[in-house]
Structure formats: C-alpha cells, structure tokens
Design a binder for this molecule. Structure first.
Ligand code: DC
Length: 224
C-alpha cells in the first residue's frame, strides 16, 4: 500500500497546527506536531537549568533526552523522558526555548530521524519548519502556510486572551519577529519554502477556507 505524507511548513502563528489537526482527522492520517518535539526538547534544558546559549553544554545532554508522541483518546500526548509535558510545552518560555534549542545540528539530527521513522510506518500530516525541505523531501504534498506578521500576532493574541492569559499585542508581535528571524536565518535547516511546495497565504482566509483549499490540493494529488 502507498504511504502518503503531507508536509506543512511555515512561520509561527500561520495556523499550521489547527489546520493540520483538522486535515488529519478528515483523512484519518496521523498528525505529527514537530514543533511540540522541539518544545519538549527545550523544556528538558529549562528544567535542568542548563543554558540554551552554549552549544557544547546542550550537546552533552542530547543522548539523555527521550521524546515520544502517543495517541490517546483525548488527543496526542507528548512525553519528555516518560513525563507528560503536553501542557507544559505551551508557555511562551517553552516556545522561546524551542526556537533556541532547534538551531543545534545534534538536536535536529535526533528529531529528524524520529520524525522520519514515524512517517515510514503510517500516513502522516506533519507540520514544522523543515518538513518539506529536510524531513520528508519526497512528501506527496508540500504546503508552505504563511500570513502577515500583524495577522499572526493578532491570532496569537486572541488565542491567549480566550484562554484568560493576559498578554500584550506589541510584545507578541516582537516575539514573533524575533522567532521568525531566528528560524529563517539559522545555518542548519532554516525555515524556507521548498521548491516544490505550494504557497498558501492565510492572511485573508478563515480556518475553514484554509482547510478547504488544502483538501482541494489533496484531491489534485489523489490523496483524497
Ligand atoms: O511550531 P512551534 O511554534 O511549536 O515551534 C517551536 C519552535 O521549534 C520554532 O520556533 C522553531 C522550532 N522548530 C523547528 O526548528 N523545526 C521544526 N520542524 C519545528 C519547530
């Protein structure tokens, strides 16, 4: 049987994860949130009090970090060395930590291998920054999902506010800009659109429109 894979890359706040989750449900594919893996990886160092600025110190610990994704009835759970960190990785601190730890080649090598192993076994929709370019260069469908910085900042702001978390819009925008810069300018696997990826700009689209657009692209590739 043919193994299908859909790669979705793009900057923070473009809507990758909510769209990928909905498509996975529709197609009965496994959704792999690679950002969550880097977040859990970064959390290991934050919890140990090891600075993420020093590559050597980070490298020394890489073999001690185990990340697992397990499908449970109430969604996919992420485990760091056996500990459920599904909620703990969603803070702004963990997000910054992920962006920092993900610049290191040793960390990326370990995560890419794990992601490729998952994709070998099952049909996947995987989102991240290097899926179409590095992790799944032969993906059946590649999408580069983006939106303007202002729209992405507003979405993050609403998301946090709805959860009752008090945040500042200009702070969020600054954070997004810094993260974009780091993700796009690192030397190992920077975020960029793969040559054969289809650009979907979601600035003026709602979630349902984005899902429909991607499902149309799936039909064209005979995935649906
Ligand atoms: O998608 P996210 O915001 O949860 O990702 C957190 C950070 O992890 C992001 O700033 C960059 C990094 N990341 C990466 O380098 N490669 C991936 N495939 C996914 C995420």
């Amino acid at each position: 049987m043919r193994n299908y894979s859909i790669a979705i890359d793009g900057p923070a706040g473009a809507g990758k994860s909510s769209v990928a989750k909905a498509i996975a449900k529709k197609l009965n594919f496994v959704y792999v949130d690679t950002g969550a893996m880097y977040r859990a990886f970064g959390l290991y160092y934050l919890r140990k009090g090891i600075s993420l600025e020093m590559e050597e110190d980070v490298n020394k610990e890489v073999s001690n970090v185990t990340i697992e994704m397990i499908n449970k009835d109430d969604g996919v759970k992420i485990y760091l060395n056996g500990d459920d960190v599904t909620t703990a990785i969603r803070t702004e601190e963990a997000s910054r930590g992920a962006s920092k730890v993900s610049v290191y080649p040793m960390v990326r090598e370990k995560m890419v291998k794990l992601q490729q192993e998952i994709a070998k076994k099952t049909n996947v929709i995987m989102d991240g920054r290097d899926i179409g370019t590095v992790v799944l260069p032969n993906a059946t469908l590649k999408i580069y999902l983006t939106a303007s910085t202002d729209v992405r900042a507003e979405r993050r702001y609403l998301e946090q506010t709805e959860k009752g978390i008090k945040v500042d819009l200009s702070e969020i925008k600054k954070d997004i800009e810094e993260r974009d810069y780091r993700d796009m300018h690192r030397s190992t696997s920077p975020l960029k659109q793969a040559d054969d990826a289809i650009l979907v700009d979601t600035s003026d689209m709602n979630k349902e429109e984005v899902i429909e657009e991607i499902l149309n692209l799936c039909r064209k590739k005979d995935i649906l």
